[in-house]
Ligand binder design. Structure first.
Ligand code: ADP
Length: 489
């Protein structure tokens, strides 16, 4: 599917009469954590492509397994436990690699492949991430995994930016040889391969800059470069990310090397229950319409009269809880104190309360975990992105709960825009022969460009923000007891 997608994109660009010869550099964005298993001998296929044929016709026999594990897979709980145990526990793994073990991370996925399909593992000469896989197609040989996407594998020593021997050994034997070397995200993977030069008339000097993961590319596309800026992406999954100077290991969230700088880190929280769960409740409570959903949200008061909901249509990452919906009311909650208030579990809410409990629940969880991760409160500014950032009623809830101005971007596709910016950044660093910060490219020009953010909603009333802090405290207590009872510790 991914190979065919590249064929399709290039054919469409050709039909649109794009002059491929003008393209100086290409980079890209791949779903984080997903992996591709190349069969022994496949580098020869990559390097001898026939320009008369589409890519799809030539890769039928290149993979040791045709189904690629992707980020939505949560079947590797056992492997996560093994890896954490082998390196000294979840906190040690987080210190070493930037995250504790997560089911979707590539290391546990590889371990599962090794354990359940050893013949696939043995017949694999190279494991690429989705990002390095696509770069490999373009350069006609195996591209390195970049430091930032590499940090989403539970395999890389985040301080050294090199494979960790301990993590490799805990995962599968002989793994280092199958992973190749790592490289900074801004570096050049290679020149475009002759296949594309002949078939599409690319310039033979067109640079392929290392591809990276979708979230790191979004950070670049949102031009996030100041500590204290927080991005909230409301997509299929929800993510919250920002930049920090230090690596503060934690059991929740992830730390990756900053994808557009050689120092500093990108910190990220990731929720599996994002838009699909919002859609589910919209379909059940709001006649399958966002308009009706927004009306219900607006007709309920902030704080929802103390009604709190936890909605996990999918096995959740943060907190690590299984599928299930949990609803509570804090009878007598007025917003001034939670002292002595005991939550009461209930089986359902009326539709308006259900909609508000969902939105407030998702946002309070983001605020609580972002604060616990050391992100400033309130953030300097929040940039909202992803499909649901088109919904101003949801943006107003963000402003009320976080107490910060909320901005949106003019260009919707921050990940692909970020990839294009990183291509230009990689090209520039290559030309200068040394690293330059990415903001060199848009310094003093941002306001005049479509990269500029627009103020969508101003910060909410600070009194309400303080009341939300109380509700958040109670929510964290309930969440902790749910994790004790049902979660993976
Ligand atoms: P992805 O993470 O897959 O790239 P997007 O960022 O494109 O996803 O977001 C797609 C999601 O946006 C859809 O699942 C849809 O539920 C949601 N969405 C689109 N419009 C609205 C809206 N007005 N209000 C809330 N959610 C919306």
């Amino acid at each position: 599917m991914w190979v065919e997608a590249l064929d399709l994109v290039l054919q469409r660009l050709k039909k649109s009469n794009l002059d491929f010869g003008k393209i100086a550099a290409i980079s890209g964005s791949g779903q984080q954590h997903g992996s591709v298993f190349w069969k022994n001998g496949s580098e020869a296929i990559l390097s001898t492509l026939d320009p008369k044929k589409p890519l799809l016709d030539q890769f039928g026999n290149a993979f040791s397994i045709n189904e690629s594990p992707i980020w939505m897979d949560s079947s590797t709980t056992e492997q996560c436990k093994d890896i954490e145990k082998a390196v000294g526990g979840p906190m040690e793994l987080s210190k070493l690699t930037g995250s504790r073990a997560h089911e979707r991370f590539t290391g546990p996925q590889i371990r599962r492949m090794y354990q359940t399909k050893p013949e696939v593992y043995d017949s694999t000469e190279r494991i690429s991430l989705v990002s390095s896989f696509m770069a490999s197609l373009l350069i006609g040989s195996y591209a390195s995994i970049d430091h930032t996407d590499g940090a989403g594998m539970n395999l890389m020593d985040i301080k050294q930016r090199a494979w960790s021997k301990n993590a490799l050994e805990a995962t599968a034997p002989g793994l280092e040889a199958k992973l190749g070397t790592l490289a900074p995200a801004h570096s050049v993977a290679g020149l475009i391969s002759p296949y594309f030069v002949e078939r599409y008339k690319f310039d033979k000097d067109c640079l392929i800059v290392h591809w990276s993961g979708d979230n790191p590319n979004s950070l670049a596309g949102l031009t996030l470069n100041t500590p204290g800026d927080l991005a909230i992406s409301l997509g299929t999954s929800d993510t919250v990310f920002g930049i920090t100077a230090e690596h503060n290991p934690s059991l929740e969230g992830h730390v990756f090397p900053n994808p557009v700088d050689t120092s500093g880190y990108m910190v990220m929280l990731c929720y599996k229950n994002g838009s699909l769960t919002r859609e589910d409740i919209r379909n059940r409570c709001a006649e399958k319409s966002w308009e009706v959903f927004n009306k219900l949200l607006q007709q309920t008061p902030p704080l929802n009269g103390g009604k709190l909901g936890f909605y996990y249509k999918e096995h959740e990452i943060l907190p690590p809880l299984p599928v299930g919906f949990h609803r509570y009311t804090l009878d007598g909650f007025k917003g001034d104190s939670v002292e002595g208030l005991k939550e009461r579990e209930v089986s359902e809410f009326d539709p308006p309360s259900e909609v508000r409990a969902l939105i407030e629940g998702q946002l309070l969880s983001m605020r609580a975990h972002a604060e616990r991760f050391g992100m400033p409160s309130p953030p300097k500014r929040i940039i909202a992105t992803g499909g649901a950032s088109a919904n101003t009623t949801i943006l107003s809830s963000i402003a009320s709960i976080f107490g910060s101005n909320v901005y949106t971007v003019q260009r919707p596709d921050s990940a692909s825009l970020g990839a294009a910016l990183r291509a230009a950044h990689g090209w520039l660093c290559n030309r200068k022969g040394s690293f330059l910060p990415i903001w060199f490219m848009y310094r003093d020009k941002l306001e005049k460009s479509s990269l500029n953010c627009k103020l969508a909603v101003t910060a909410g009333d600070q009194e309400l923000v303080a009341k939300y802090a109380l509700l958040m405290k109670k929510r964290v207590e309930i969440e902790n007891s749910l994790v004790q009872k049902l979660g993976r510790l």
